[in-house]
Design a protein around this ligand. Structure first.
Ligand code: GDP
Length: 177
């Protein structure tokens, strides 16, 4: 009897990084469980969530890691990045500082992750239209300069969350196959 595990062609480890409170945990739970939890507590102890998807007729298990709040203490260790094929680098479109820190997160990835890691820059909380402080064009320009993919998302409404994760997984698949 063929089981779910037999059909899986690849397991892709993806790390979610970015400043505190930009919505990393909510994006992850939106993608993994299609869920949004309004009063999300800061993440403690959760290592990763998974979702199995079809990409180019291959069954791929995405294993998506959350920093479990460690980003607050700059304690994201190389173990977190080890084996990661993709990264979701998240900022908050209403918090300029979280975008200004994106360059540092890219350096962190370049220092600790595999050189072929695929990076998706994500401007989250796009639903907060009146509070926006990071223009889309600024992020587009940064992403182009750094060779990153880019989406604006809302973990609250679900806008572009699937698109951002699927694009990342497709690009990883292109790299590994
Ligand atoms: P993390 O520290 O980066 O993991 O951030 P969380 O996922 O815990 O989210 C921080 C806060 O932002 C929580 O109060 C969330 O409810 C809120 N939040 C997360 N994503 C969104 C979003 O897309 N839109 C809005 N309006 N709020 C969000």
């Amino acid at each position: 009897l063929e089981t779910e595990a037999d059909k899986i062609s690849y397991v892709f480890k993806v790390v979610v990084i970015g400043d505190s409170a930009v919505g990393k945990t909510q994006l992850l739970s939106r993608f993994a469980k299609n869920d949004f939890c309004l009063d999300s507590k800061s993440t403690i102890g959760v290592e990763f969530q998974t979702r199995t998807v079809n990409i180019n007729s291959k069954v791929i298990k995405a294993q998506i890691w959350d920093t479990a709040g460690q980003e607050r203490y700059r304690a994201v260790t190389s173990a977190y990045y080890r084996g990661a094929l993709g990264a979701m680098l998240v900022y908050d479109v209403t918090k300029r500082q979280s975008f200004d820190h994106v360059a540092r997160w890219v350096e962190e990835l370049r220092a600790h992750a595999d050189t072929s890691i695929v990076i998706m820059l994500v401007g989250n909380k796009a639903d907060l239209v009146d509070l926006r402080s990071v223009p889309t064009e600024d992020a587009v320009e940064f992403a182009e300069n750094q060779g990153l993919y880019f989406f604006e998302t809302s973990a609250l409404t679900g806008e572009n969350v699937e698109q951002a994760f699927f694009k990342l997984l497709e690009e990883i698949h292109r790299v590994v196959s």
